[in-house]
Design a protein around this ligand. Structure first.
Ligand code: ADP
Ligand code: MG
Length: 212
């Protein structure tokens, strides 16, 4: 089953809820290797997304994703705001004006989102950023879509892989973003942006599964 605009909106609400629930955890992760604002940034951004989606009522998945991008760019500060904003903007462009997204379209949107993040932030896998969650997520999403899985299963595969990617950031030395200022001292901590990426993907997967 595909993902309609209503499904995308439900997924965004679930994303906002999971970010709110993990706000303090994300703050603590960012306190260890950054400036302790990631939880606050993401919570502010996704609250604004939910409120904007309520008033604007986007009618296609692409419109909902584009609205999300605009709101995140204007409300989330720091490095992550423009990066997440770009991800959603590129995902929106990838899905175009389709009424419904199947598994392949979801995988394509995730890949486009990741390419947006890489294009903007220039991080590679292993640099200890959200790319370390996104890259395995995109690979898993692509292979699930190639085996014919629907939107919910593609998102679930992406989320599982992303969580593994998050764990893999722990021993890494950061080479991008604020954490890179710490050099070797950034090792031994999970990257906050990778964690928020995996949390969002799990929430999107769970919301999509419960509606399909
Ligand atoms: P800031 O670092 O400006 O305080 P946040 O705390 O909101 O912004 O976000 C930090 C997260 O942003 C990091 O944990 C990392 O995942 C991500 N990040 C930072 N720089 C980059 C980059 N160049 N490419 C990809 N992700 C990045
Ligand atoms: Mg920060």
């Amino acid at each position: 089953m595909g993902c309609t605009a209503q499904d995308v909106i439900a997924a965004l609400r679930a994303g906002a809820a999971v970010v709110a629930e993990h706000r303090d955890e994300l703050i603590q992760l960012d306190r260890a290797i950054g400036d302790a604002d990631h939880g606050e940034n993401m919570d502010r951004g996704f609250r604004a997304v939910v409120s904007k989606v309520d008033t604007a009522a986007p009618e296609t998945p692409g419109a909902a994703l584009k609205l999300t991008a605009t709101v995140l760019i204007s409300t989330v500060g720091g490095a992550s705001g423009p990066l997440y904003g770009t991800a959603f903007l590129r995902a929106a462009a990838a899905v175009g004006d389709a009424e419904e997204l199947d598994g392949a379209a979801v995988a394509k949107a995730l890949q486009a989102g990741m390419e947006g993040v890489i294009g903007r932030g220039r991080a590679a896998v292993g640099d200890k950023t959200m790319v370390d969650a996104l890259s395995p997520a995109v690979e898993a999403a692509k292979s699930a879509a190639e085996s014919g899985e629907g939107a919910a299963a593609v998102l679930a595969a992406a989320a599982d892989a992303a969580h593994q990617g998050v764990q893999a950031t722990e021993p890494l030395v950061a080479r991008k973003g604020r954490a890179s200022y710490l050099g070797e001292r950034s090792a031994g901590h999970i990257d906050p942006g990778a964690r928020s990426t995996a949390l969002l993907l799990s929430a999107f997967a769970e919301a999509t599964r419960s509606r399909s």
